[in-house]
Design a protein around this ligand. Structure first.
Ligand code: NAD
Length: 323
């Protein structure tokens, strides 16, 4: 009998073609919005699927595992995998994979774009014009800041963080400081980056950019006390995961001049924003689209499907996140 998987939302055709070529059948969710856990459970209990392609918006935990005892692999269609209860999967012998390295360029470029959106006051300028407020050139209008010569503090320099470092150092002449649980010697050699404790980064950097996974150790890494140590002129960029920042405290810091600005692609309670955030002028906000490029999406589909094929054919997860 042919193997069959469930895909919780539409993936690019390149992945579906690979499944068809291998004779792997699939059912696929069609909703544009994240399916509810109830809906995923209902679908998974309809058929003894062999595998699942899940998304970062799907909360995969005991309740889900209980409904699909035949599933051998959850191939998560993303780099992050904080939506899956990894310990529980491990206990049950279920394999979990991600799509490392697929969106590095896209997310790094997006992080840099958010930095420039703030330093050039691009979004404020756009709103100003659209509101009909532009009455003539004014040397004091929306004064921005140069990025050249500034110090950028990167927290996490894996795939994405190190790409940001290269872009900014080679392209814009910034100084790089970083914190990571692992030393990145290649990055230090290539960009002159200096490794420091996270607390020092927060004190020293003109721009702090977050590139860590969401883990118990990184939840609210940026909180009331860490924000209070940053420069009042500093800006913070988050393209990692929303809960890395305590969003309520961030709003307080932005409202009270504790820091100067924030560029956010991810939110603590997304898709909801904490009250007050969207009213601030010193923020640039995007709806979790940092990796939204067709090249990245196609690679994510390919890698998810390769993991499904490998596990269903030989029991080997190519990109296991279970240590
Ligand atoms: P990666 O695994 O290559 O790099 C993560 C780095 O963080 C590693 O070097 C790791 O050692 C470091 N790290 C872990 N804990 C740390 C800590 N407490 N302090 C300092 N460093 C720590 O991952 P990546 O591909 O660079 O992606 C990073 C994160 O970005 C992902 O986990 C994901 O959550 C997020 N992401 C977001 C989007 C988006 O669309 N906004 C897209 C892709 C990835």
């Amino acid at each position: 009998m042919n193997k069959k998987i469930y895909i919780t939302r539409k993936i690019p055709d390149v992945g579906l073609k690979m499944l068809k070529e291998k004779g792997i059948l699939f059912d696929m969710g069609t909703s544009k919005l994240p399916p509810s856990k109830k809906y995923i459970k209902k679908m998974l209990s309809k058929y003894p699927y062999d595998g699942v392609i899940s998304f970062l918006t799907d909360q995969i935990d005991t309740e889900i595992f209980d409904t699909c005892p035949n599933v051998k692999i959850f191939a998560n269609f993303s780099v992050g995998f904080n939506n899956i209860d990894i310990e529980e999967a491990k206990k049950r012998g279920i394999l979990v994979t991600n799509t490392p390295g697929t969106s590095g360029t896209a997310v790094a470029e997006h992080a840099v774009a958010l930095m420039f959106a703030l330093t050039t006051r691009l979004i404020e300028g756009d709103k100003f014009i659209r509101k009909g407020k532009f009455k003539g050139w004014d040397p004091e209008l929306l004064i921005g800041t140069d990025i050249k010569g500034k110090t950028i503090g990167l927290i996490g320099v894996g795939d994405i963080g190190s790409r940001v470092a290269h872009m900014l150092h080679n392209g814009f002449g910034v100084n790089i400081i970083y914190s990571d649980v692992t030393q990145n010697t290649a990055l230090e050699v290539d960009t002159g980056a200096k490794r420091m404790e996270t607390a020092e980064i927060l004190r020293e950097a003109d721009i702090v950019s977050l590139h860590v996974p969401l883990l118990p150790s990184t939840k609210h890494l940026i909180n009331k006390s860490s924000l209070s140590t940053m420069k009042p002129t500093a800006i913070i960029i988050n393209t990692s995961r929303g809960p890395v920042i305590d969003e309520k405290e961030l709003i307080n810091a932005l409202e009270n001049g504790i820091i100067a600005g924030a560029g956010l692609d991810v939110f603590e309670f997304e898709p909801k924003l904490v009250a007050g955030l969207s009213k601030l002028n010193n923020v640039a906000l995007t709806p979790h689209i940092a990796s939204s490029r067709q090249t990245a999406r196609d690679m994510m589909a390919e890698i998810s499907v390769k993991n499904i094929i490998s596990v269903l054919e030989s029991g080997i997860a190519l990109n296991s996140v279970i240590k």
